[in-house]
Ligand binder design. Structure first.
Ligand SMILES: [Ca+2]
Length: 350
């Protein structure tokens, strides 16, 4: 008997542990953890089809009275995460052809922020945008913020946070990702292979063997500033790989990589309003070749960065697991997978 009880107790303990921690936390637009800022309409008010959305409903910003949007609408999803770790973040919305092509989602995670622009006009019915996998602390410190633009309608349905492993087991950098505003706190500035506003200047990275190194750059600044990366071969030949100069936060000048402008390094958030975006590039080198990185200028409160990571197995920035190591989902953040569900023609008026 005692043995049976013991086994039963163990079983219940196991089941109990499993039940305590939900792998996926979903916040609906009608939940209290989703704060809607500005003027929002919902499908129920106007009798539109829910289009397969979570909990049978969604909100949207309308271009007509009486729910006409102000242009400053936001939906802020704040999960109460039971456990620290990496979470895959996805959002759903009701896609229709009259939606905005530029709905911004900003993921605020432990150590940084990442922004993605989603075209909500693609697809028809409920659609999902995968924003990537990010480290979060337990609790309510992280969030996803949807911001509509001044043009078309934006739609808000659910945000999902799917547990994807312990923090520290971050997947390797897989994409040229779009990372916004990694704060000094997450910078791990002690690493010798990262420059930022608290640690500007120059550093030299030497290839320990033939292989690839990965350089990430983002030139956020409020005053004149520059980034420069030079490859110096073991034979002493120098070539400029990256250069980026901006006069201030209004300067739209893009990063030059091997002399060519990298358009994606500056994102036009709104017409005439540009924002720098983190860009990563892989560089091939031979043993003994050097990369000379320089970041300097008058940044003000901005958080520029320039870093280099060595080949696999030679993480050039040990001890700073949060440093820019965010990875977009393999499908890319801007993929929206619309499912063809019964469209509501009346929706076209919102
Ligand atoms: Ca919903």
């Amino acid at each position: 008997m005692p043995k049976t009880v013991s086994i039963l107790a163990s079983f219940l303990l196991l089941v109990g542990v499993e039940c305590v921690f939900a792998q996926t936390i979903t916040i609906d637009d009608f939940d209290s953890q989703c704060e809607l800022v500005g003027v929002w309409a919902d499908n129920k008010t106007n009798g539109f089809s829910a289009g397969g959305t979570f909990k049978n409903g969604y909100h949207y910003t309308s271009v007509v009275d009486p729910f006409k949007k102000t242009g400053r609408e936001q939906a802020i999803y704040t999960p109460n995460l039971p456990k620290a770790g990496n979470y895959r973040v996805e959002v759903t919305y009701r896609a229709t052809s009259n939606r905005s092509k530029q709905v911004t989602y900003e993921v605020r995670f432990a150590g940084g922020r990442k922004r993605r622009t989603v075209d909500q006009s693609r697809g028809d019915g409920v659609a999902t945008a995968k924003l990537g996998t990010f480290p979060f602390k337990a609790g309510t410190g992280g969030s996803v913020v949807l911001t509509g633009d001044g043009g078309g309608s934006a739609s808000a349905d659910a945000a999902r946070f799917v547990f994807a492993g312990e923090a520290g087991d971050l997947p390797p950098d897989g994409l040229d990702d779009v990372l916004d505003g990694v704060g000094g706190g997450g910078g791990g500035g002690a690493g010798g292979n990262r420059l930022d506003s608290s640690n500007p200047g120059s550093l030299t990275y030497t290839f320990p063997a033939d292989g690839m190194a990965r350089i990430a750059a983002k030139l956020s600044t409020y005053g004149p500033a520059r980034i420069e990366v030079i490859l110096k071969t073991a034979a002493g030949e120098e070539s400029e790989l990256m250069s980026w100069s901006r006069q201030d936060d209004m300067d739209p000048s893009p990063l030059l990589f091997k002399g060519q402008p990298v358009e994606e390094s500056m994102q036009e958030v709104k017409p005439g309003d540009f924002s720098p975006v983190k860009v990563s590039r892989s560089i091939e080198g031979k043993k003994g070749d050097q990369l000379i990185l320089t970041l300097d200028g008058n940044f003000g409160d901005a958080n520029p960065m320039l870093s280099v990571k060595g080949p696999a197995g030679d993480d050039a920035n040990p001890g700073a697991p949060g440093t820019g190591t965010t990875t977009g989902s393999a499908g890319g953040g801007e993929t929206s997978t619309g499912t063809a569900s019964g469209d509501d023609p009346a929706d076209a008026s919102n």
